[in-house]
Design a protein around this ligand. Sequence first.
Ligand SMILES: C[S@@+](CC[C@H](N)C(=O)[O-])C[C@H]1O[C@@H](n2cnc3c(N)ncnc32)[C@H](O)[C@@H]1O
Length: 222
Amino acid sequence: MRAHHIDRPADLDTVRESYDRVADNYAHMVLTTGLGDIRRHPWLKASIDAFADSVGELGPVLDVGCGPGTVTGYLAERGLDVRGVDLSPRMIENARRLHPRCRFDVCSATELDLADASLGGVLGWWSLFNLPRQVLPQVLAHFARALRPGGYLITATHVGDEDAPRTEAYGGVPVRWTTHKWRPEPYVRLIEQAGLHPVAELRLPADEQVGPGLVVMARRPG
Ligand SMILES: C[S@@+](CC[C@H](N)C(=O)[O-])C[C@H]1O[C@@H](n2cnc3c(N)ncnc32)[C@H](O)[C@@H]1O
């Protein structure tokens, strides 16, 4: 039983089914176009490299919302003790197929059973924006408690004001989810309120393919 209560998002099952439907196209997109592959985006790669260098041997790393495991696999190649979890069973099937040496499990960010001070690092890499606005702080607080003192969170998310309904994605597949966009200042404030100290922020302007984004890395004091 988790000591830390997190509300269950009302749309969790709908979001899971939607990502199950797009999972094969998403994995194919990463492999064929490089979109979503940090190796093809120097600033995203630099952020993940800085995270990996900082975590070093502090402890295990959990990639929450790992999708097909692109970043999980990259961190494993870099020698980190990393595991991926995702809400969507189909995403996890793809992750296991593409990265057979890594460990992956199906789990929602809202249902993780994490011992206090058990992780060296945690990622919410383009995977927390479906969480309702009142649920995200609860998840961040759970992550913060799960980090060892000196451990790191890295998160990337979409920037804006809207709660944008999405009805199709990744090749016209019908989906139903909401992208809760955040302005950088309130997003960073949530991370601070969770008990973490921001160490770096990277703002990414919109390009031809995706809207503006934000990467934040933060550290548990101690
Ligand atoms: C845009 S994909 C990003 C995947 C991966 N992090 C990457 O960068 O390729 C968003 C992922 O978040 C997952 N996701 C959405 N809500 C989640 C939740 N509540 N718990 C865990 N994963 C979630 C989705 O299933 C999907 O795989």
